[in-house]
Design a protein around this ligand. Structure first.
Ligand SMILES: Nc1nc2c(ncn2[C@@H]2O[C@H](COP(=O)(O)OP(=O)(O)OP(=O)(O)O)[C@@H](O)[C@H]2O)c(=O)[nH]1
Ligand SMILES: [Mg+2]
Length: 486
């Protein structure tokens, strides 16, 4: 039974495992995968990810097996011989749940449960389950419920009667228990209600977005594999803008308040934790620098491979920011041996979101964990390119590399800025106040015709106020006085 491609995990010392003291029944899972050499991400990595996901759902992995096969069995997904092998593996290891590495149809689940005699769940149900546990805000709860209902609707008749799904454990959380008993019509009604509510929320977000765009502030989105350190990078950046030596100014919070870790100072931190999918919502934070230049930072949900399509669909609205961003900060955990796989997975999801190919800075995070020798290996080039990206080495924990990060970031997002002289008549005091509040006014002189300033501003506001442009000596500049944009 323990063949080459079958890896049976040593069982932990039962006396010391936490579930004895917690009193709850821990699920013991056997993982089953189908290897296909045409897949982008190899099966070994995919199974490793599945194991992490199972652990994130508080279950224990007691065995794992892979069948290398290109053709899927319509009835049972894996071949019939393999089904028997899984059954024996489960018995030998006292497993009580079988987790498949791919999405299964309702009839496949029913057939497998019938033959093995245990609860069978697929990767999609597992990921949805983890999301359901983590969801904090109303929006993310609705998005996940929508994805779960969409997943369950075609599978309502798929579960065997003998295997009740109402007893707790993976795949039974969220809206499931009662709703599985209501008929499809009512599920469809619920789906339609959720869609309606999410649509209303989208309108609110659109208004907020329009407000930000009017301000002309660049949008910078943090993206990357789950647990890479996106939220930690965001928190470190916010801290540095408030306290840092290289960039002063204040952080002004915008957007959602959910899940914030308000530290009592002016930094409204976002939630960071060593677990898969710590962040499920998008969080905006406006970052303003000493010279009045500002950008909006967005923290987003992390990615894994085979992210359920229904989930990506449901999260599309909140992930729109990624598509709209002027710059992506792609954060990777450079200490992870699978970093290249994780980059490929993130790229794949970005493609699904129509956000691939945007200006991107790769942030090689967690370098504080690397040994001195590792610092010099090919894994982390001293500077420059990594996997075709412009890359920077940073540590959100120690702050190393953040000065360079800010410098590079500012160079990229404020590139369209121009430095000009303007003469603002005293009758246009509001324009002068606006420019002082939103841009870097470097010099001010009060002359007879008005206030003569030297100011650095973005191209949008430059176009808007071009009519006030003068030569450095205050004389009219060619083209000034013409309202070109209105
Ligand atoms: N040693 C070290 N740990 C880090 C660093 N950055 C983040 N971490 C840790 O990595 C874990 C994950 O960090 P998060 O910031 O929550 O990661 P994330 O990418 O936002 O994760 P999700 O929201 O789950 O997708 C936390 O335990 C952090 O403390 C770093 O530079 N060095
Ligand atoms: Mg996060």
């Amino acid at each position: 039974m323990n063949q080459d491609n079958t890896n049976v995990k040593e069982r932990e010392d039962k006396n010391s495992t936490y579930f004895e003291t917690s009193g709850s029944l821990t699920e013991r899972a056997i993982l089953v995968g189908l290897g296909d050499d045409r897949e982008e991400i190899d099966i070994e990595y995919s199974m490793h990810e599945l194991e992490e996901l199972v652990m994130a759902a508080d279950a224990e992995v007691v065995g794992s097996t892979v069948q290398n096969k290109r053709i899927i069995d319509v009835a049972t997904y894996i071949g019939s011989g393999k089904v028997q092998e899984v059954k024996q593996l489960a018995e030998a290891n006292e497993a009580n749940v079988i987790v498949f590495n791919d999405e299964l149809s309702g009839s496949q689940i029913r057939n497998l449960e019938g033959e093995i005699g245990l609860k069978v769940i697929d990767r999609t149900a597992l990921i949805l389950d983890i999301f359901a546990r983590r969801a904090q805000s109303r929006t993310s709860k609705l998005q996940i419920e929508l994805a779960q209902l969409g997943y369950r609707l075609p599978r309502l008749t798929g579960y065997g009667n003998a295997l009740s799904r109402t007893g707790g454990g993976i795949g039974t959380r969220g809206p499931g228990e009662q709703k599985l008993e209501i008929d499809k019509r009512r599920i469809r009604e619920r789906i339609s209600d959720i869609r309606h509510e999410l649509k209303e929320e989208t309108k609110v977000r659109e208004t907020q977005k329009a407000g930000r765009q009017r301000g002309g502030e660049p949008l910078v989105a943090l993206v990357g594999y789950t647990n890479a350190g996106k939220s930690s990078v965001m928190n470190r950046m916010l801290e540095m803008v408030v306290k840092g030596p290289s960039a002063g100014g204040s952080e002004k919070s915008g957007g959602s308040q959910d899940g914030s870790q308000d530290q009592g100072d002016s930094v409204k931190r976002v939630f960071e934790k060593d677990m898969l999918f710590a962040t499920l919502d998008t969080y905006h934070r406006r970052v303003e620098f000493e010279d009045n230049k500002a950008m909006v930072l967005v923290d987003t949900v992390g990615f894994v491979s085979k992210l359920p399509h229904k989930l990506v669909e449901a999260f599309k609205a909140t992930l729109e920011e990624v598509r709209d961003a002027d710059l992506l900060l792609h954060v990777v955990d450079v200490t992870n041996e699978n970093v290249h796989n994780q980059i490929a997975i993130t790229e794949k999801v970005l493609r699904e979101l129509d956000a691939f190919g945007k200006p991107t800075l790769l942030l090689l995070n967690k370098i504080d964990l690397l040994s001195t020798e590792d610092h010099d290996t090919v894994m982390v080039p001293r500077a420059g390119m990594f996997d075709g990206y412009e890359a920077l080495r940073i540590s959100a924990r120690t702050g190393e590399g953040f000065d360079t990060l800010f410098e590079t970031l500012r160079g990229k997002v404020f590139r369209g800025h121009v430095r000009v002289h303007m003469l603002i008549p005293y009758s246009e005091g509001a324009v002068y106040s606006y420019l002082c509040d939103h841009h870097h006014v470097m010099q001010t002189e009060y002359v007879e015709a008005g206030t003569l300033i030297e100011v650095e501003l973005d191209s949008k506001d430059y176009q808007r106020y071009k009519r006030f442009e003068v030569r450095p000596d205050g004389l009219p500049a060619p083209g000034s006085g013409v309202r070109e944009d209105e």
